[in-house]
Ligand binder design. Structure first.
Ligand SMILES: [Zn+2]
Length: 577
């Protein structure tokens, strides 16, 4: 067994695992009415889906960091010997689902002294530097090994050393037996679940897990994106925000030229998550309100006549949306690393299914958005927001904003924008936020929001643009928040009066439109230098941001978080019916 030195002291661990610092998000309980209301077949299917998700979570541990599994074994061994420090470390390991993560203050949380930051996570050799990576690729391309390089620079391969070269091995081949077991669980679920469309998707997905063929993924994704009225929710989430290695290739001029000449578009690697839940009918109905307006929004995007969009102005919208009571979130989608996402709009623009007429599907995570402590919320407002504007702060408005954000991912240029490298995700998230805000007036005119709701979305969003700490450049979801805050403050969207935010409500939407236009221009042009300048010009942590951050830190002590998945835990241990 590999040995490790635990990195966090007892004092640090006791603090971080204390309930004031470690928030618990509670998913459905074993006696949840949502579960009790399911048909017997769906209950049985749910069990298999939870198992499938758990297998995927194990696979993703490998993709995330090669030390994850050996380190967990080491912790378990130490715990069995009565090592208290290992026991507390294991709580954080399970919460962040891995050996290395970041906390809500953007501090790195590395659990073993021996394992530091790795740009290439578990999908590149641990000892591979960016320089060596580029050097090997250049040599291989000059030697005419184009196919071999192609196999490396895509979403779905693990890169390993191969003599003096590198080789890409597809995820499916690399973890063949695990994926096969997962496929069996999906097929079993498809035998008993009551919804034929859902079952067809599960079977397609199972096939895609058994054979290494990206087209099989595309067929499964295409079917998945049509699912609207199913009792159950199951998704393999595939997002590539965490790979910081692949994107570096476009920053090397010589390499970029060779890649262009050989027609290779490098796409960062996917990390995999398994989401299982029960579709909430009422919540889903509320989401659907926006659907009929999407073609109008597409028409009103900046420079709309210059590009193709996922949502077509004059066609039926190929986008489904569901609100889900969460049963489990395994792997990437369930890692608490500074937080857990409120919703996802998939597949992302780099995926093949979008090229064969597939649409997208939005899934909202109910249990993640529920606020457990209204008293804390009030304390926060008392500290940071002008008292006269408290009436416009509403946690429900944050959900409306999220709906706008997810849908805005489907607006704008329909392309992966890989040439923007490490700024690609920041700019895409920035677009989604500004899309949500820029259309608030239009959606109010069209009757989706009332005047009161309009003000609530604006004030809530500007208030929530203040973070508890300055993020690092790798946190796409936070960097864009700082950029927006800076952009808004310079243009007078808010003032800080006596240490509190006062939102100049009427200025917000026009500023959001201005920013959205800049973002879309960058996505159209796909010029790395322009993207870099735009991000660095706006990613500035101002004194006002620091002032509010200090106040937020006093109120919310949360540093880490975890999921409590009682129903899933019970189902995963049940025998066959
Ligand atoms: Zn987003």
């Amino acid at each position: 067994m590999r040995e490790y030195t635990l990195n966090l002291s007892m004092e640090e661990l006791e603090k971080r695992t204390h309930k004031d610092y470690l928030v618990t998000k509670k998913f459905l309980k074993a006696d949840a009415p949502e579960y009790a209301a399911l048909a017997d077949g769906d209950k049985e299917a749910l069990k298999h889906l939870v198992r499938a998700a758990n297998i995927l979570g194990e696979i993703n541990l490998h993709l995330d960091n090669a030390d994850n599994v050996p380190f967990r074994e080491f912790l378990e061994e130490e715990i069995s010997k009565g090592n208290k420090q290992a026991e507390l470390t294991k709580i954080l390991f399970d919460a962040q689902k891995g050996i290395n993560a970041i906390d809500t203050m953007s501090n790195p949380i590395f659990l073993a002294k021996e394992v530091g930051e790795r740009l290439g996570r578990g999908v590149y050799p641990a000892d591979l530097s960016v320089e060596e990576f580029h050097k090997i690729l250049i040599k291989m391309l000059k030697d005419g090994k184009v196919e071999k390089v192609k196999n490396m620079l895509n979403q779905r391969s693990v890169v390993e050393r191969d003599g003096g070269e590198l080789v890409g091995i597809s995820y499916i081949d690399k973890y063949k037996s695990e994926f096969a077991k997962m496929a069996d669980e999906l097929d079993r679920a498809a035998e008993v679940s009551t919804n034929e469309d859902f079952n067809e998707y599960l079977r397609l997905q199972a096939q895609a897990l058994r054979t290494n063929d990206p087209m099989l993924d595309a067929y499964a994704d295409k079917k998945w994106a049509t699912l609207q009225d199913t009792p159950l929710e199951f998704t393999i989430t595939r997002e590539n925000y965490a790979d910081e290695m692949t994107g570096t290739v476009i920053e090397n001029e010589e390499l970029k030229k060779l890649l262009d000449e050989n027609g290779i578009n490098p796409i960062p690697k996917d990390f995999l998550g398994g989401r299982v839940g029960i579709v909430n009918k009422k919540g889903t109905e509320a989401l659907m309100a926006i659907k009929k307006y999407l073609p109008t929004l597409a028409k009103n995007m900046p420079y709309a006549d210059e590009y193709e969009q996922n949502i077509k102005p004059d066609e039926e919208t190929k986008q489904t949306m569901v609100d889900v009571d969460m049963v489990t979130a395994a792997g990437d989608v369930g890692e608490y690393r500074g937080g857990i996402t409120l919703a996802e709009n998939l597949p992302n623009d780099d995926k093949l299914s979008l090229t064969i007429g597939g649409g997208r599907r939005n899934v909202y995570h109910r249990q993640i958005r529920f606020i457990s402590d209204m008293k804390k919320l009030q304390e926060r407002l008392d500290e940071i927001l002008d008292k006269d504007q408290h009436k416009y702060y509403l946690d429900e408005a944050d959900h409306w904003f999220t709906i706008g954000h997810e849908n805005a991912h489907s607006l704008g240029p329909k392309k992966g924008c890989e040439q923007l490298g490490k700024y690609r995700n920041i700019i895409e998230e920035n677009k989604a936020d500004m899309g949500a805000l820029a259309f608030v007036d239009l959606l109010t005119e069209l009757g989706m929001y009332t005047e009161e709701q309009r003000k609530q979305i604006i004030v809530t969003t500007i208030t929530d643009n203040f973070l508890k700490s300055k993020p690092t450049l790798s946190q796409a979801h936070r960097v864009r928040t700082v950029m927006q805050n800076k952009f808004f403050s310079e243009r007078g969207a808010y003032d800080i009066v006596d240490g509190k935010i006062h939102v100049n409500i009427e200025k917000v939407v026009p500023i959001a439109k201005e920013m959205l236009a800049q973002i879309v221009r960058i996505q159209i042009e796909e010029d790395f230098d322009k993207a870099e300048k735009y991000v660095l010009d706006n990613f500035v942590w101002t004194d006002n941001m620091e002032l509010i951050a200090q106040k937020l830190q006093k109120i919310s002590k949360t540093l880490n978080g975890r999921l409590e998945t009682e129903l899933a835990d019970k189902l995963s241990q049940e025998g066959e019916l």
